[in-house]
Design a protein around this ligand. Structure first.
Ligand code: ADP
Ligand code: MG
Length: 180
């Protein structure tokens, strides 16, 4: 299957006050369309750095990265805008890209329906549970139809039981929408 992420010999060193920190040292891997990959390691080993570089938010020092498609990126904090309703939160990406076409709006509304959030569309984030908020954040990310989704410990702030439920939902959503 087609390669959607290719990372070759990527290096990243941070300049900190007390010297240099080597965050990434010769990282190599490829990910193919539809694969589900987990990066596991202790705190501080460079996981977030790697994802930020793949997402293009952080510069690498050397190496090569090729991305085939559009990336969605989700962090531990759901970063929902508290003053906007659920509906206006999930439409944010389309709004920023000036892509609120009838078709795109319908796609997002269908995601809300499919994942049981449509009836909450006029509520505010504070009125939702942590698990629901994360699903809203996921739909907001999916609204721009990424074919690649980067999740940086996106569910670690949830309690254990909610996390199990949300993780199952998310796995199903990624499979349904054919996301890598
Ligand atoms: P992880 O996500 O695996 O916990 P990080 O990628 O956040 O690890 O961090 C990797 C290493 O880089 C750590 O030692 C961290 O302290 C360091 N680091 C991360 N960001 C910065 C930064 N902006 N400036 C300096 N050092 C950083
Ligand atoms: Mg991290």
């Amino acid at each position: 299957m087609k390669e959607v992420i290719s990372v070759k010999n990527v290096n990243k060193t941070y300049q900190a006050k007390n010297g240099e920190v080597v965050a990434l040292d010769g990282i190599d891997f490829t990910v193919r369309q539809g694969e589900f990959i987990a990066i596991i390691g202790p705190s501080g080993c460079g996981k977030s750095t790697l994802l930020s570089i793949i997402a293009g938010l952080e510069e690498k020092n050397s190496g090569e990265i090729k991305i085939n498609g559009e990336i969605g990126y989700m962090l531990q904090k759901d970063s929902l805008l508290e003053w906007r309703t659920i509906y206006h939160n999930v439409m944010l990406g389309l709004e920023i890209r000036k892509a609120k076409t009838k078709e795109n709006i319908e796609y997002v509304e269908n995601l809300l329906r499919k994942y049981h959030l449509y009836e909450f569309k006029d509520k505010y984030p504070a009125q939702l549970s942590g698990g629901m908020r994360q699903r809203v954040a996921l739909i907001r990310t999916l609204a721009i139809r990424p074919n690649i989704l980067l999740l940086d410990e996106a569910f670690s702030a949830l309690d254990y039981q909610t996390r199990i439920l949300v993780t199952k939902d998310v796995y199903q959503i990624l499979k349904n929408e054919n996301i890598t």
